[in-house]
Design a protein around this ligand. Structure first.
Ligand code: ADP
Length: 155
């Protein structure tokens, strides 16, 4: 059976931290689906179309990585596309506390879906989309935190 993993997130915007994580996970899975979860209650800095376009651009060179979007529960999306694994990153203890509960829930709701965690590399553990958004809103240069070739135009 093909090993398919979903890497779910908001990617508002994608950072070098996300990019590094996916690159490190490529040898582990036959396919990785980087999936933007659409939550109508949440306010995003960048539109869904823009976030999706950036993901497609960044992962274009990697044939086993594709980009998708979903609404509703992550576990239901995994079941729909036949993915038995979730991929998530751990930067620190608060990521762990949050992710632990979510992964236990996804295992139940998704009937056995396993979450695979990769510990972030030290060079990326301080990077989050939240910090990048703050830099952009404050008019700073966010390029050190963005994958190469990604051009940010604030919307
Ligand atoms: P969410 O909206 O679910 O928080 P994000 O886009 O912020 O989505 O993050 C998606 C995933 O990427 C999470 O598992 C998060 O831990 C991981 N991640 C984000 N930034 C980094 C980083 N710098 N290093 C490793 N993993 C990261």
């Amino acid at each position: 059976m093909r090993k398919i993993a979903v890497f779910p997130g908001s990617f508002d915007p994608i950072t070098t931290g996300h990019f590094d994580l996916v690159q490190r996970a490529i040898p582990l899975f036959d396919e990785i689906v980087v999936a933007i979860g659409v939550n109508s209650q949440k306010k995003y800095l960048f539109s869904l179309e823009q976030r999706q376009a950036w993901l497609k651009q960044v992962f274009e060179p990697f044939p086993s990585v594709r980009v998708d979007t979903f609404d509703g529960l992550t576990a239901h999306f995994c079941n729909e596309i036949g993915a038995r694994y979730l991929l998530r990153g751990l930067r620190n203890a608060s990521d762990f506390d949050y992710e632990k509960t979510i992964s236990q829930l996804n295992n139940i709701v998704g009937q056995g879906i396993e979450t695979v965690f990769l510990i972030s590399q030290p060079a990326y553990s301080h990077i989050s989309s939240t910090i990048v958004r703050e830099i952009i809103k404050g008019g700073g240069d966010a390029s050190p935190f963005l994958p190469t070739g990604l051009e940010l135009k604030s919307e």
